[in-house]
Design a protein around this ligand. Structure first.
Ligand code: SF4
Ligand code: SF4
Length: 443
């Protein structure tokens, strides 16, 4: 993007928050990405393929209006970045689609109710521990009181129409919430070899509280002192997906301050167990590149940011594990495989667990249809994609389906309930390690 001295900061940001010509020009329209695209595979429509979407972005960039049709095709993209891995020309499709959504957000008006809901969810709920706790507590009451079971058993959810299908995707609220651990430091087991910061997420504090605890335990077992920075917030990944970049930037600054201003010194690594969050956390440098104060800090933050599987595979792994006797398959989380190019690390960790038999599934790096809140917004298409995914999962006859992202876990759990063989479970890679460590000799 060309920046002239006379441009104000707002003008620079507005220019940056749209697809850049230099990125669009990389596409040579070869179509080699089409087969890697779940929406194209499902719908067979060129405008719902990566090449078709890039073509539409080029038109808008050249002055064509942002129409409802353009918005629909961009909205229907999972932002899974499968096309990025397939593209021989190096098109950074994830960057393009996020910029296109920001452009849509900045230049079109949504209906009042949609705007109000989006404002509440993205600007009030997700960044607020108090509101998330209140929402989580209500969800827990709905589930623990038996109301959810009753609704499902009596088929009342089906009377809710499309809302009923979404209800099936509701995550379980896990008490106690992980929020109570934020601000604490957990010592390394044995000799301290690393000092790491752990980013606990937003909704994960409620629905993946046990996963977060398992992550901390596994890091401790591997000689890490684990600090959960007290001032951390939601990472802004869902905001980036939705094109709400001003709020994503605000959250990025909060997280950078929370981690880099730690009084006890520098961290060896900043860890997340959520591939979707990790992609955004690793791209804070791009998000803040026009912020003179934060750009260098964002670069430093990025240099230390690691997915938990990537980090564990890079250090000397504690091998004091008991056997986990099961057949496991691995679903690549899109934002880990395509976004962060981390494919080997989770497989290496699973191979290190004694007793575990690994069975690769066909098309493991095709999206499961979760994609942040895509499954809630485009439930039918998401379920069609999931049904195909479960067909491939079932071919492996695995009893554990491992993955590395909480959103994928929820989606795969819904898939197991609907199309599973029966008895299999979904687990994060670190949960399997945790299980092996807890049964280990020195547990
Ligand atoms: S995005 Fe890449 S693979 Fe797809 S049409 Fe363009 S150049 Fe070809
Ligand atoms: S990000 Fe995924 S859904 Fe979107 S165009 Fe690329 S492959 Fe298709």
């Amino acid at each position: 993007m060309a920046v002239s001295e006379s441009m104000t900061e707002t003008e620079i940001i507005q220019q940056a928050d749209k697809p850049q010509q230099v990125d669009l020009d990389r596409c040579v329209h070869c179509g080699l990405c089409l087969n890697a695209c779940p929406t194209y595979r499902e719908l067979g429509v060129e405008m719902d393929s990566p090449r078709g979407r890039v073509y539409q972005m080029v038109q808008v960039s050249a002055g064509a209006p942002i129409t409802d049709s353009y918005r629909e095709h961009i909205d229907l993209c999972l932002a899974c970045r499968g096309c990025e891995s397939a593209c021989p020309s190096g098109v950074q499709y994830g960057k393009l689609v996020e910029a296109a959504r920001a452009d849509i957000e900045n230049h079109t008006e949504r209906p009042f109710l949609t705007r109000a809901i989006r404002d509440f969810v993205f600007r009030k709920l997700l960044p607020s521990r108090a509101l998330l706790t209140a929402a989580g507590a209500s969800l827990w009451v709905y589930q623990a009181s038996g109301m959810q079971r009753l609704m499902r058993a009596t088929g009342l959810t089906s009377l809710l129409g499309p809302l009923g299908a979404r209800e099936a995707l509701t995550p379980a609220a896990q008490i106690p919430f992980f929020f109570r651990e934020i601000g604490k430091t957990f010592p390394a087991e044995g000799q301290r070899r690393h000092r790491v910061a752990f980013m606990a997420g937003c909704i994960a504090n409620i629905s993946f509280a046990r996963l977060n605890e398992a992550t901390v335990r596994v890091l401790q077992k591997n000689g890490c002192e684990v600090v959960i920075p007290g001032a951390q917030s939601c990472c802004g990944a869902l905001h980036m997906h939705a094109g709400i970049r001003d709020e994503a930037r605000r959250l990025a600054r909060i997280n950078i301050d929370a981690v880099l201003n730690d009084q006890a010194g520098e961290f060896d690594a900043i860890i997340t167990n959520a591939a979707g969050c990790g992609s955004t956390l690793k791209e804070y440098d791009e998000l803040l590149e026009h912020d003179a104060q934060y750009a260098p800090l964002a670069k430093k933050f990025k240099s230390k940011m690691k997915d938990v599987t990537e980090f564990l595979a890079s250090i000397e792994l504690n091998r004091d594990m008991a056997p986990v006797n099961a057949t496991v398959t691995y679903q690549d989380s899109c934002h880990l495989a395509h976004g962060q190019k981390v494919r080997k690390a989770p497989r290496e960790l699973l191979a290190a667990v004694p007793g575990l038999k690994f069975q690769e599934m066909p098309l493991s790096d095709i999206c499961c249809g979760s994609a942040g809140i895509y499954n809630v917004l485009h439930t039918d298409l998401s379920m069609n994609i999931l049904e195909k995914k479960m067909g491939n999962v079932n071919l492996t006859r695995a009893n554990i389906i491992a993955t590395a992202n909480p959103g994928c876990m929820l989606q795969l759990e819904a898939g197991v309930r609907k199309w599973g063989r029966g008895g299999e479970r979904v687990a994060h890679v670190v949960e399997i390690l945790d299980e092996a460590y807890r049964k280990g000799k020195n547990a």
